[in-house]
Design a binder for this molecule. Structure first.
Ligand code: PEP
Length: 253
């Protein structure tokens, strides 16, 4: 039985005051935190202060990216050891914005998954197709290559600890959510891909959906058998929306 995970990706938003208020509202508004994993991923400079505010709340802390390297002359980078030191339990890797804007390859993303796992941090591996790829009928091929890079580098064992987030690029920040059926089809495909290596591991992997999830569409998505929660961008900056999404997960539990 897989638990739901609702993860907020705050991206490059907020400041000390706004993040404090958001934490306070999320922690104060959670009613059934124990039946659903709740995670927030603030920008690097706010990890420590956010972690302090979340202490004892049951809400976990994650980061938005990690270096593949352990330490050294990598100006501007942040290592998995540093994230661990700040109390991070999760890290998002391979978000489509980083794949597109920072030209992260699937091989580089696999190295980041490895770096996170070395420090016992759960990577949230983001995969997803662009609209052009979907229209060209290449969705499964794209997903297979993105997941395959991690399988090739690290084996199926990586997915004993990793979370997968299916985030169709065309749905991120656009308000155009994948329908529950569209998302379920890809989630099922991802699970089958993993099951080719290990049925047990595939059954246990949490596969989140991300892409314009809101309080009013979360329930339909979370009702699908292979959708185990959400990676939430815009709506995670609004405590009421984020709490409504968490509540939708709790109601489906
Ligand atoms: C995201 O960036 O991971 C995301 C899902 O964003 P949004 O919810 O705003 O579409």
């Amino acid at each position: 039985m897989r638990n739901y995970l609702v993860a907020g990706n705050w991206k490059m938003n907020g400041d000390s005051a706004a993040n404090s208020a958001l934490c306070r509202e999320i922690v104060g508004g959670l009613s059934r935190a124990d039946s659903v994993g709740i995670l927030v991923c603030p920008p690097f400079p706010y990890l420590e202060s956010t972690g302090a505010k979340l202490e004892g709340s049951g809400v976990t802390l994650g980061a938005q990216d990690v270096s593949e390297h352990r330490s050294g002359a990598y100006t501007g980078e942040v290592s998995a050891g540093m994230l661990k030191d700040m109390g991070c339990e999760y890290v998002i890797v391979g978000h489509s914005e980083r794949r597109a804007l920072m030209h992260e390859t699937s091989e580089a993303v696999a190295a980041k998954v490895a770096a996170a796992l070395r420090e016992d941090i759960k990577p949230i591996l983001c995969v997803g197709e662009t609209l052009g790829e979907r229209d060209a009928g290449k969705t499964e091929r794209v997903i297979a290559a993105q997941v395959g890079a991690v399988l090739d580098a690290l084996g199926i064992e990586a997915f004993s600890s990793a979370v997968v987030a299916y985030e169709p690029v065309w749905a991120i920040g656009t308000g155009q959510t994948a329908s529950p059926e569209q998302a379920q089809k890809v989630h099922k495909y991802i699970r089958e891909l993993l099951a080719q290596r290990s049925r047990d591991i595939a059954e246990g992997v949490q596969i989140l959906y991300g892409g314009s999830v809101k309080g009013n569409n979360a329930s339909g998505l979370f009702a699908m058998p292979d959708i185990d929660g959400g990676l939430i961008g815009g709506a995670s900056l609004d405590a009421a929306e984020f709490l409504a999404i968490a509540e939708a997960a709790a109601s489906n539990s």
